[in-house]
Write a protein that binds this ligand. Structure first.
Ligand code: GMT
Length: 376
C-alpha cells in the first residue's frame, strides 16, 4: 500500500505516534510518504520511507506565512506523483481539512483517514476560531479514528457528532522499549545515588500537563525518603516550574534535562513516572514507562484509566490531588516488591494491549476498509 502521513514533526505525542506508525508500516512492506514542514524528529532511514518538505514562501502581502495553502498544494502533488492509496492526517487542525481539500484537487480515488489525538479536540479544535472548520473536517473525513474511547466521547460531546469513529490506541514496540540493566547506563549515578529513588516526568511543559503538580508531589516525597526528580522536556511552563523548584528549596534534588530523543535509558533508571495532567486523551508516555517496567502515578482523566490499571500497573488520583499522589508514590517507593510487581504488570499490559504487533495491523485493516468503501 502507498500511504501519505501528514503530521507535526516536532516533539509531541501525535508526531511520535505518526512517525512510529510510518516506520512499522514501512517495515511491513508498505511505502510511506511523510509530508510536513520538517523531517519528523524521530524518523529514521528506511528504504520504504520518503519525506516531502512543505515550504511556505514569505511575501509582503502575507502578514502570516500561509502554511495551510502550501501544505494542501504539497499533499495534492505527492498524491498525484506517488499515486497514494490513502493519506493519514494526524491531528485534526489543520491536517484533516488540508488533506480533504487536497484530495478534491486530484484526479485519483485516493482516500483519507484522520486520527484525533486529544488537544486537537479538547483545546484547539473547540476554540471558536477553529470550531466550524474542525467539525466539518472530522464530519466528512472518510475514515476517522481516535486514540481512546474517552476521546471519542469528548468528540461526540464537543462537536455533537454522530458518525462512526474507530478507537485505535497508541502503541510502542516492546522489543525496543524494554528495561535496560541500570548498571549498564553510565549516567545512572550522575542523576541518583544508590540509596535514592528516581522519579521521572516527561512532557511538553504545557499548562495541560500540570508540571507544577509534579514538583509539589515530589516536594512531599523527598521529605520522607531520599529521592530525585528528573524532568524531561521543555515548553511554556518551564520558567514557572523552575521558580517553584527554587521556592520549595529543592534545586539540588531536581534535574532539568530538556527535550531528549532517546528516553529508554532514562526510563530504565527510573522508579516511578508521574503524569498528573489536567486532560490526556491517552498518555503515550505512560505506555513507554510501563513497557520499561516503571509504575505510573497519573490523574484519573481522559483516556488514562483505559491504560493505567489502578492498583495494578500504578495508581490514579483526581486531577490536582497532589497529597494523594504523593502518598501513593511513597507506598510504591518504600516497597520494592510492589514496585517490581506493578512494573512487570505494566509491561505485560503493554505487550497484550498496546504493542506495535497488536495496533499497527488495526490501522492497516482500517485503511483497507476505508479504501474499499471509497472504491465502491
Ligand atoms: O500532549 C502531548 O503530549 C502532545 C499531544 C500531541 O498532540 O502531540 O499529545 C496528544 O496525542 C498523544 C498521541 O496520540 C496522546 O498520547 C496524548 O495523550 C495527547 N495529549 C493530550 O491529550 C493532552
Amino acid at each position: 500500500m502507498k500511504i501519505g502521513m501528514v503530521c507535526f514533526p516536532s516533539y509531541g505525542g501525535s508526531g511520535v505516534l505518526a512517525t512510529e506508525l510510518g516506520r512499522h508500516l514501512a517495515l511491513r512492506g508498505n511505502q510511506v510518504h511523510f509530508i510536513s514542514y520538517n523531517q519528523p524528529f524521530r524518523l529514521q532511514f528506511h528504504e520504504n520511507i520518503f519525506y516531502h518538505r512543505v515550504t511556505t514562501p514569505h511575501y509582503d502581502l502575507f502578514p502570516f506565512p500561509p502554511y495551510f495553502l502550501a501544505l494542501m498544494n504539497r499533499i495534492a502533488g505527492v498524491v498525484e506523483e506517488q499515486e497514494l492509496d490513502v493519506v493519514h492526517a494526524h491531528y485534526a487542525v489543520p491536517h484533516a481539512l488540508a488533506v480533504q481539500q487536497a484530495l478534491t484537487m486530484v484526479d485519483r480515488p485516493t482516500t483519507q483517514v484522520t486520527t484525533l489525538h486529544g488537544t486537537d479536540i479538547t483545546l484547539v479544535g473547540n476554540h471558536e476560531s477553529f470550531f466550524r472548520t474542525t467539525r466539518h473536517a472530522i464530519q466528512t473525513s472518510p475514515g476517522l479514528t481516535a486514540v481512546s474511547r474517552d476521546l471519542i466521547a469528548r468528540t461526540r460531546e464537543v462537536f455533537n457528532l454522530e458518525r462512526p469513529v474507530r478507537c485505535i490506541y497508541n502503541f510502542v514496540d516492546p522489543g525496543e522499549y524494554r528495561r535496560m540493566d541500570p548498571e549498564t547506563i553510565p549516567c545512572r549515578l550522575r542523576y541518583r545515588s544508590r540509596e535514592e529513588k528516581l522519579i521521572l516526568h516527561i512532557s511538553n511543559f504545557r499548562p495541560v500537563k500540570r508540571v507544577t503538580d509534579v514538583v509539589e508531589i515530589f516536594a512531599r516525597i523527598q521529605e520522607k525518603i531520599p529521592a530525585r526528580l528528573l524532568l524531561v522536556g521543555d515548553g511554556p511552563d518551564r520558567e514557572e516550574v523552575g521558580g517553584l523548584v527554587a521556592e520549595r528549596n529543592i534545586e539540588d534534588r531536581v534535574v532539568f534535562l530538556g527535550a531528549q530523543d532517546n528516553i529508554i535509558p532514562l526510563l530504565s533508571i527510573a522508579d516511578l513516572m508521574l503524569l498528573p495532567s489536567e486532560k490526556e486523551a491517552f498518555g503515550l508516555v505512560n505506555i513507554e514507562a510501563m513497557a520499561c517496567e516503571v509504575p505510573v502515578i497519573a490523574s484519573r482523566t481522559g483516556g488514562i484509566p483505559e491504560v493505567v490499571v489502578h492498583g495494578e500497573t500504578g495508581w490514579l488520583a483526581p486531577v490536582g490531588g497532589v497529597d494523594q499522589m504523593a502518598e501513593r508514590a511513597l507506598e510504591i517507593l518504600k516497597n520494592p516488591d510492589l514496585q517490581q510487581q506493578m512494573g512487570q504488570a505494566g509491561r505485560q499490559r503493554v505487550i497484550e494491549n498496546f504493542s506495535s504487533d497488536k495496533i499497527v495491523p488495526l490501522y492497516l485493516d482500517y485503511y483497507k476498509e476505508i479504501i474499499k468503501g471509497a472504491g465502491s
